[in-house]
Design a protein around this ligand. Structure first.
Ligand code: MG
Length: 230
């Protein structure tokens, strides 16, 4: 009598929480760079250079945050357009992965140094509750022009992500996933138990070298969270 092959047994989730970065991780764009690309080529290049140096760790995030926004001065209208760009560039398989994690009782949160007014609606399309999305608020004047950002947010400075994650007191063990130094910091500061560098959109060698794992797709997250029982 033939019997159907037995599917491999998977263990319960190995992590209580998965923390996702947004820019170049849940979505294939860098929001700040996308906004800068709508300015002169001088501004766009200056911002791109600052972002790349901040994410590979050669410049401190707090030294570039205000400078980039002061160069761009994004309008309310442009933030709305950025939401659509985030959605159009959603990482393949992200929604299915997030659903699977949630069904298994794993807490999923998004922690970003990006702009909250664009990150929040994008993450809503991936099923995130507003309380589970953490990013930096931006302020506009009554006419929709740029006025400033939340300078008190820990997410605008070095070790801001681990500081925020610690304050959330989410279930451990914790898996952090992202492409940049600010994501790696969650692990080096002791708030993550495993750090997976996400190189599905951009590979930053300095980050991959220090990561516990380097992954190139959302599908790669599953065997990390649900190890197969041999
Ligand atoms: Mg990123």
């Amino acid at each position: 009598m033939n019997s159907a092959p037995t599917p491999p047994l998977t263990s319960p989730a190995a992590f209580g929480t998965v923390v996702f970065d947004i820019d170049s991780t849940l979505s294939g764009i860098e929001g700040i760079d996308w906004l800068a690309a709508r300015r002169s080529s001088e501004v766009a290049h200056a911002v791109l250079d600052l972002t790349a140096r901040a994410m590979d760790g050669s410049l401190a995030v707090e030294n570039v945050y205000a400078r980039r926004l002061a160069l761009i001065r994004p309008s309310h209208y442009e933030l709305d357009a950025l939401i659509h760009a985030y959605v159009a560039n959603t990482a393949p398989g992200a929604l299915a992965l997030l659903d699977q994690l949630r069904r298994a009782g794993v807490a999923v949160i998004a922690v970003s140094g990006g702009l909250r007014e664009a990150c929040m609606p994008f993450c809503a399309t991936l099923g995130f509750a507003a309380a589970d999305v953490h990013a930096v608020s931006i302020r506009f004047s009554a006419d929709g022009s740029y006025e400033g950002f939340d300078e008190a947010s820990p997410l605008t400075r070095k070790n801001g992500k681990p500081e925020l994650v610690r304050a959330l007191a989410v279930p451990r063990p914790l898996l952090a996933i992202g492409d940049g130094i600010t994501d790696l910091e969650i692990k080096t500061a002791g708030e993550a138990d495993l750090f997976a560098a996400y190189a599905g959109f951009i590979r930053r060698p300095a980050i991959c070298a220090q990561a516990d794992r380097t992954i190139t797709s959302m599908a790669d997250v599953l065997p990390l969270v649900f190890p197969v029982i041999k």
